[in-house]
Design a protein around this ligand. Structure first.
Ligand code: PLP
Length: 376
């Protein structure tokens, strides 16, 4: 089986799994317990926090709150800081941001505003800035788009937003960026969401990185874990497995990005241009290549590929329950419904091999040509 749906989730890092095993079997204590075994775990959690945070941020300015997933981190950021007036985001966001933004309106908290995308999937910065005014409390711009892989220069965008309104709290969904592209959080970013299962960690572990100076209200109230901001007994095994997986990913981040860029380009060069149109731009993340078999249905191709031993996505796995079959992100990039309907998202991991890329291209060409012939 060739697995090219790594933007949906990655195979857990087995080495990290083994190293973290001790936290499931021997060090199973509650980190809040007062005896020394519990206390020792608390200090290991502190180190875990620091290990994950230091990869992307200056630890004197930022801190990290563990959550259960990227979705929770996004929700916590939005519902904690979107207040009064309006809140601005982009049309390219994952549903973990878009749905809470819609909810801001439903609950009468703030008016959501949506900035359009450019053809390559990055936000149109001028139009985003035009939406920010003195009544804007919160701005959220994703770092790497999960459908087309476009990279927003969030440090630069946050700076421009704060020049317009210094009181804005700036959040970025970094779920598809963390551990994949080189990056450090700039001083204008206030909040940054990450998730373990996109980089070899387990599902059920995420974090919200926050500027220390920012007071984060309690999201879950109870035992007072995470300094009272997110109660619930910590998932020590999942957290430690996340740390080990992140150590592995960051150790080879640049080499992996260079190799996967070459694979992404190779895959595109091998695909039949009579069938496939490229949607992802060359300066997007090395981890995603979105293409469209314009006039064919991506979903049918997905199943045909599946039967041939190739797993791919059609867009965001989390929108597969959506009412419309067209990806709103592809439409927001300015493509028509036919292009959106034919979309396939091919997403890689450092474990992806060149041979898999070549075989995937053969399968995609064969099924694309076959379906095209049958559609005539
Ligand atoms: N944000 C982005 C950009 C994503 O790609 C995803 C998952 O696909 C999420 C948020 C949600 O993360 P999680 O699955 O950890 O809730």
């Amino acid at each position: 089986m060739i697995y090219l749906d790594n933007a949906a989730t990655t195979k857990p890092d087995v080495r990290a799994f083994e190293l973290a095993g001790v936290y499931a079997t021997e060090k199973f204590y509650n980190p809040s317990a007062l005896y020394k075994e519990g206390f020792a775990l608390q200090s290991e959690l502190k180190k875990a926090r620091s290990a994950l945070l230091s990869k992307v941020a200056d630890e004197t300015a930022f801190e990290l709150v563990f959550t259960s997933c990227g979705t929770e981190s996004d929700n916590q950021a939005i519902f904690s800081f979107a207040r009064r007036g309006n809140a601005v985001t982009t049309e390219g966001e994952h549903s973990a941001v878009l749905s809470p933004f819609a909810e801001l309106k439903n609950r009468g908290i703030a008016q959501p505003r949506y900035a359009p995308l450019q053809k390559d999937g990055r936000v149109d910065v001028e139009k985003l800035l035009a939406l920010v005014d003195d009544k804007t409390s919160f701005v959220s711009v994703m770092h790497v788009n999960n459908e087309v892989g476009a990279i927003n220069d969030i440090n630069a965008i946050a700076k421009l937003v704060k020049q317009k309104n210094p009181r804005v709290i700036f959040h970025s969904d970094g779920v598809q960026a963390y551990g994949k592209i080189p990056f450090r959080l700039g001083k204008e970013i206030d909040l940054y969401s990450i998730s373990a299962h996109k980089i070899g960690g387990l599902k059920g572990v995420g974090a919200l990185i926050k500027r220390k100076a920012l007071t984060l209200p309690a999201y879950l109230i109870g035992g007072g874990q995470e300094a009272g901001r997110r109660s619930g007994t910590e998932n020590t095994f999942g957290i430690m497995q996340f740390v080990y997986a992140a150590e592995n990913k960051f150790a080879s981040l640049k080499e992996d990005a260079t190799r996967l860029t070459a694979y992404r380009e190779k895959l595109w060069s091998l695909l039949d241009k009579e069938v496939y149109t490229r949607l992802s731009s060359e300066d997007g993340t090395p981890y995603i290549l979105s293409v469209s078999a314009v006039g064919l249905r991506g979903e049918i191709l997905l199943h045909m590929a599946n039967d041939q031993g190739l797993i791919v996505g059609t867009g965001s796995a989390c929108s597969s329950n959506a009412k419309t079959r067209f990806s709103r992100v592809i439409l927001a990039c300015g493509y028509d419904e036919k292009t959106a309907d034919g979309t396939l998202r091919l997403s890689f991991s450092p474990e992806t091999t060149e041979e898999e890329i070549e075989n995937a291209a053969c399968i995609l060409n064969a099924i694309g040509r076959d379906l095209k012939k049958r559609m005539k």
